[in-house]
Design a binder for this molecule. Structure first.
Ligand SMILES: [Cu+2]
Length: 633
């Protein structure tokens, strides 16, 4: 539930709302002399609007001194508050219930909005206005339904004109957890929506109370004696205006029946009524339809899931739910393991020999991984390591890999560069159904080649490989070439990360997806390895383009190296060449041999300057794709 700072704000808000509602409920039922409908209305509204409703209650409705309620509630602005309260209490309850139910069914947002309007209108009219108010209004239930239809429509139109855009724009915004009723954010959006709807419906309610179309606040003592402060105020105004206003009695109530409890004359002209109704209808249509210009109202809660999009992702009214899920953050609640801050990836996996088959086990899961002190990523990792463990076998061996998937999404493993049966190639939906969450799959093939290879996910690799699902696969030749022997060996796997505001997104070469951290073997400089060497010694570095986005021009200080293998294929002596920078593209491997010509700290680094920074800043001379060969004399 907690994934963003806003979640703490919401916890604080709803704590205040609950405390406020508890106080209002206590005070209403213990102290305040008014009809039960208003008491319940205020309690409901306080749940939705929290301290704002508490303020309204104290300022407009709570009896200041015993016996003063009648006088206290008389001002028109307070009557307007009362009228809006019992309208919004009904409407909002209908809307919120409908929103929660339609979200659970995963209906598209535009259908949501229509269902919410109808539910809010009907609940408000049939239950809150006509049924609960019947005691105050007199007349039959059906008469009340007919008489309250227009006032309810005007108020509800205003309510939805404010609430619909708040819901559409925030629910379909960056943090789509707002679409899920199981998330606090959903209720936060509802709360804000009700408050905005209330603010827009308030002027219309003031007007309707003044024109005798609706009840405001009332006083009711001991459940029997009733004094209608609102009536006495607005009623006299109505009678004053009676001469020139077009009096519209409620149908069924009987024209001129001014003595009945409901006998309010609508002191309003037909053009006034038509104009007000028309403008609220316009507001309703605009509030419902205009957000469709910027957000995709065809999506439902099931299409987007609880996705949080990276800041800067371009989304529009045609962005699909799949696009959002692809770029969305790893939800911290899905983390099932936390690796030690000093843990190293690329640990050689100890296989077992089963009937001559070298057997390994890999489990993919969401693992919190430290790339720098204080900088953690929520990675998709094999065996809780980034990179995944190194699989090292000898040419000619038969290998078997048991894969278990503990990720919240389906995955596969592809064995990059290997000659193997097509069924073992790991291409999701091409050569095998993806391994579902909780599922298992076994790969088995012969290691026919020798050289530097790697393995990686091949299901949604745009997302999953960017989140860390890769590892080295080294196949040693049966007979090592004597001229390629080196004193040291270093396997170097590249990766790009996007980590912002505590959330990890898959880095992608598009708006909002560009990485801000870069790692060698799961660590950013200065946390990368330091390799101790001696002058005259050689090191064989196996560069692996296990990253998804950039071609990294990898450069070594202190003189050229010799490129001895490319993509797992050893170069014949005549093909080998010397260079000081080699472009390692995604998927490519280069084996180079470098000689320590002199003592000192020699850098290995990417030559794209930005890739040697950590979130745009440098520490100890750089960051990211940088490591040190420490040569002693
Ligand atoms: Cu680079």
């Amino acid at each position: 539930m907690i994934a963003q700072p806003i979640d703490y704000v919401l916890i604080a808000w709803f704590s205040l709302a609950l405390a406020s509602a508890a106080y209002v409920a206590y005070d209403q039922f213990e102290n305040n002399p008014e009809p039960a409908i208003m008491k319940w209305g205020f309690v409901l509204i306080t749940l939705y609007m929290g301290p704002i409703a508490l303020l309204l209650y104290v300022m407009a409705d709570k009896e200041p001194l015993p016996g003063t309620h009648e006088t206290f509630i008389r001002p028109l602005w307070k009557q307007g508050v009362g009228s809006t309260i019992h309208c919004v209490a009904g409407d909002a309850t209908g809307i919120v219930a409908a929103a929660a139910i339609t979200a659970l069914f995963g209906l598209p947002m535009w259908i949501d909005l229509i269902v919410e309007y109808v539910a809010g209108f009907l609940f408000g009219l049939l239950v809150f206005q006509s049924l609960f108010m019947q005691g105050m209004m007199g007349g039959t239930y059906l008469q009340n339904v007919r008489r309250m239809f227009l006032p309810e429509a005007i108020s509800m139109n205003c309510m939805m004109a404010g609430m619909a855009p708040v819901m559409s724009l925030l629910m379909m915004g960056r943090d789509m957890r707002a679409m899920q009723p199981t998330e606090l954010l959903f209720w936060g959006v509802m709360s804000l929506g009700v408050s905005v709807g209330f603010a827009i419906a308030y002027p219309a309610n003031v007007w309707m109370v003044a024109r005798n179309m609706k009840h405001g606040l009332m006083t009711q003592r001991d459940g029997s004696a009733r004094s209608k402060a609102g009536h006495s105020h607005t009623g006299s105004a109505a009678r004053k205006d009676g001469a020139h206003a077009h009096a519209m009695p409620r149908s069924g109530a009987g024209a001129g029946d001014s003595t009945s409890a409901s006998g309010m004359f609508w002191s309003v002209t037909t053009p006034q009524l038509a104009s007000v109704t028309g403008i609220t209808l316009l507001g309703l249509v605009a509030g419902m339809a205009l957000p469709a210009l910027v957000v995709n109202l065809r999506l439902g809660a099931h299409d987007v899931g609880p996705s949080i999009m990276p800041p800067g992702m371009v989304t529009g009214w045609d962005t699909s739910g799949d696009a959002m899920k692809d770029m969305s953050a790893v939800l911290p609640r899905n983390v099932t393991a936390i690796a030690n801050a000093d843990a190293h990836g690329d640990q050689t996996l100890a296989g077992t020999l089963e009937n001559g088959v070298r057997t390994f086990s890999l489990t993919a899961s969401v693992t919190r991984w430290t790339i720098l002190p204080g900088v953690e990523v929520d990675a998709y990792a094999f065996n809780h390591q980034v990179p995944g463990p190194r699989i090292r076998v000898t040419e000619g061996e038969r290998i078997r890999i048991h894969v278990h998937n503990d990720l919240p999404e389906a995955t596969t493993i592809h064995w990059h560069g290997l000659i193997l049966p097509n069924a073992m190639d790991g291409a999701a939906e091409i050569t095998q159904p993806p391994i579902p969450p909780g599922g298992d799959y076994t790969y088995e093939f012969n290691a026919l080649q020798a050289g530097t290879f790697f393995y990686h996910t091949h299901a949604h690799l745009d997302r999953q490989q960017s989140l860390g699902l890769y590892g080295a696969l080294i196949i040693d030749p049966k007979v090592a070439a004597a001229d390629l022997r080196a004193d040291h060996e270093y396997v170097l796997l590249l990766q790009e990360w996007l980590q912002r505001e505590g959330l990890t997104y898959p880095a992608m070469p598009m708006e909002g997806g560009l990485p801000n951290y870069f790692t060698i073997n799961g660590k950013a400089y200065p946390s990368t390895d330091v390799v101790p060497m001696k002058v005259g010694e050689t090191i064989r570095i196996r560069f692996i383009g296990s990253n998804n986005i950039f071609i990294h021009p990898m450069h070594i200080h202190g003189g050229p190296f010799t490129v001895v293998a490319r993509d797992g294929v050893a170069l014949a002596p005549a093909q080998r060449f010397d260079a000081d920078t080699i472009n390692v593209g995604p998927g490519q491997r280069y084996d180079v041999i470098w000689k320590a010509r002199g003592p000192g700290r020699w850098l290995v680094h990417c030559h794209i300057g930005h890739h040697t920074t950590n979130n745009n800043s440098e520490t100890k001379g750089g960051g990211g794709l940088m490591m040190i060969l420490d040569v002693s004399g």
